[in-house]
Design a protein around this ligand. Sequence first.
Ligand SMILES: C[S@@+](CC[C@H](N)C(=O)[O-])C[C@H]1O[C@@H](n2cnc3c(N)ncnc32)[C@H](O)[C@@H]1O
Length: 238
Amino acid sequence: MIRNRLLFADDDSEGSAMVATKPAPLTSVWERSDGELIEAILQFYPTIEPHPILDSTYNAGRMWKGSMRQVVSMDIDPQHKPMILGDNRVMKGVPSNKFGVVVYDPPHVGPQGRDKSVKRFDVDFGATMECGKEHGWTLSYLYPPFLRQAKRVLKPQGLLLAKITDMVNSHKSRWAHCDFMRMAEEAGFTVCDLIVKIRKGPMMSTKWKNSHHARKRHCFWIICRNGNSCEQDGYERS
Ligand SMILES: C[S@@+](CC[C@H](N)C(=O)[O-])C[C@H]1O[C@@H](n2cnc3c(N)ncnc32)[C@H](O)[C@@H]1O
């Protein structure tokens, strides 16, 4: 495995420029950009060659800006012009046992506003999947079919990297990261780590008049391995 090689040349919008040095040991709280965190993760966890990488929710590919990684893009929305246009819960035509890493950054809120029209915000942030009463007011129903496909297309010991944000919906906290971790284990992954990624400020909307919950200034990156090994050196659970 190649370690400590600079494969990320630039920064995305959130942090400062990256310097070509040996990466610091990974800590469980991350205050820089998603792109830098993915690169740090890719230097830390893999036990097999991580390429090719499938980004299964590519959108504009903001996480890969400046990256030199080989990324296969997938999105359900044709306007993002992904290499694979399709639903990551089906992954039609995608070969099994193909990828070293699958990245997953699903929508964490549903369409904004009371009317059903899709807004600019919704498209930019991928907030286009319904999460109303019929779905228990969460987007966690998206995870099990995706997890089955991620397991299928990943090589044994490949990594699934998921960016998951909890949300408040219909006046109640919805703990998406707990759902995802439980569902990933049920799908046959080993959940190896949970990294808290901190934003500079909370996401805000002028529509939110009163606050009843702490404004979220963080999300979680969940590192899962397609196998029973929790650690890089191949420690096998009984
Ligand atoms: C939060 S955005 C991803 C942002 C992206 N990581 C970036 O850095 O630009 C979520 C994306 O997932 C896509 N998406 C939602 N449901 C999907 C599905 N079932 N299959 C594939 N893509 C999906 C949306 O179209 C949207 O582009």
